[in-house]
Design a binder for this molecule. Structure first.
Ligand code: ADP
Ligand code: ASP
Ligand code: MG
Length: 415
């Protein structure tokens, strides 16, 4: 008998039939003697629909009310799943975040979980019940409803698993595991049997949305055994492994992540004096604009160029702030580009191997792609390129680093 937390994403609960199929799967585990907590997302498209509704009535919706609105999607699915489970003669009970309770800070739309009271869920499990918990939502100390950021049901599941000391947290989704890259972009992407937390964290941070970043952080921190699986077919999925037990033959590159949401700001001809980077980037971060890649050129003529990237949604804000500072600093110009993307190689194998960067640059050069910015860390190399070349770059790199599915390892058609 095991205590298992299962999370079903939007597509997996997208129709009444799929909700019934989730109930069937949960029943199989219960019949086997497992204790099951189910965390669900809203039906697919529902959260976007609610966002659109808010925009139809407000130009600047208040974050508190947005969370009241967005959390309703999950309220629908916990009730429907509990009903479907009851229809299978299982004793099921639904819980909102505030009922569990999942205590968060008060940062609406991106709240962090501070504590989870697992008592009521545990007593349900011990009484033979299935607990169905709303993903994505919590409550702050003042009783306000909060949400955890898009994709946040993953984090709810991992946090509940940590709080209950579960044997495994299973993330059921519309692909049968974590792939070498998004299988919807590269047909010959390969499912990974396992990936380390460190690699998964980089993949998630660099744009692979199969798991929310915070869920991976949480799982690593609390050592929650985590598995990504398909809700439409049986299979082993991908284990996010706690131990970095990859041997010497670990592939150099485990996966390729990409992100089209970036935009670039270049401030040209800035006087090359101490504190310039701070003077430009300080106000940008004070305005809560997150800066990603930063590059400052070596000065040749007493001036320098400072380049940075931000989320595309925040480009306008970053541009206004930067133009203002550029004037004060007597910089020559500010140029922005909203059609760039970032492509990254990720792999713990890079740590012990040189030459991966040059192989990456050669591969891109061979297909005629110009690299605009480069950043590296111990286990990743990212390049910023023109957005129109993104798929070409990902495919070329996928082949060059031996990641293509050769048919030796079984792959799926991804639901
Ligand atoms: P859910 O609604 O179940 O949370 P998501 O849409 O958030 O599902 O995440 C699953 C999607 O993640 C897949 O459909 C796939 O397109 C995408 N994805 C991106 N990168 C990867 C990857 N490396 N491996 C698997 N899926 C990926
Ligand atoms: N329903 C939320 C979203 O669409 C949370 C989730 O699905 O994980 O972002
Ligand atoms: Mg998701």
């Amino acid at each position: 008998m095991a205590l298992i937390v299962q999370k079903y994403g939007g597509t997996s609960v997208g129709t009444p039939e799929r909700i019934k199929a989730v109930a069937d799967r949960v029943k199989r585990f219960v019949d086997r003697g497992d204790q099951v907590v189910v965390v669900v997302s809203a039906m697919s498209g529902e959260t976007n629909r609610l966002v659109a509704l808010s925009q139809a009535v407000s130009s600047n919706p208040h974050p508190r009310e947005m969370d009241v609105l967005l959390s309703t999607g999950e309220q629908v699915t916990i009730a429907l799943l509990a009903l479907a489970l009851q229809e299978q003669s299982l004793d099921a009970r639904s819980y909102l975040g505030s009922q569990v309770k999942i205590l968060t800070d008060d940062a609406h739309a991106k709240a962090r979980i501070k504590a989870i009271d697992g008592e009521s869920i545990l007593s349900d499990l011990n009484a033979g019940k299935v607990a169905v918990v709303a993903g994505f939502q919590g409550v702050d100390v003042n009783g306000n409803i909060t949400t955890l950021g898009r994709g946040g049901s993953d984090t709810t599941a991992v946090a509940v698993a940590a709080a209950l000391n579960a044997d495994e947290c299973q993330i059921y989704t519309d692909v049968d595991g974590v792939y070498t890259t998004d299988p919807r972009v590269v047909d010959c992407a390969r499912r990974l049997e396992q990936i380390t937390f460190e690699e998964m964290l980089e993949m998630a941070s660099l744009g692979s949305k199969v798991l929310q970043i915070r869920a991976v952080e949480f799982a690593g921190k609390y050592q929650v055994p985590l598995r990504v699986l398909s809700s439409f077919e049986e299979g082993p999925g991908t284990l996010i492994s706690i131990d970095d037990n990859k041997d010497m033959e670990a592939p150099l590159v485990s996966g390729i992540a990409f992100n089209r949401d970036e935009a670039r700001v270049v401030v040209r001809g800035v006087p090359d004096t101490p504190g310039v980077a701070y003077k430009i980037l300080g106000p940008v971060s004070d305005a809560n604009v997150e800066v990603d890649v930063i590059v400052q050129n070596v000065a040749a003529d007493g001036t320098t160029d400072l380049t940075f990237t931000v989320h595309r949604n925040e480009l306008d804000k970053a541009q206004v702030i930067t133009e203002d500072i550029a004037k004060q600093l007597n910089a020559r110009e500010v140029a922005v580009d909203g059609s760039i993307c970032k492509v990254s190689l990720v792999g713990v194998g890079m740590r012990s191997h040189a030459g991966i960067a040059s192989q990456m640059f050669k591969t891109l050069a061979d297909v005629g792609i110009n690299i605009e910015l480069i950043t590296t860390s111990e286990i990743k190399i990212s390049v910023v390129i023109e957005e129109k070349y993104m798929e070409l770059a990902v495919r070329a790199l996928h082949t060059a680093f031996g990641l293509d599915d050769t048919g030796v390892v079984e792959s799926s058609d991804n639901g």
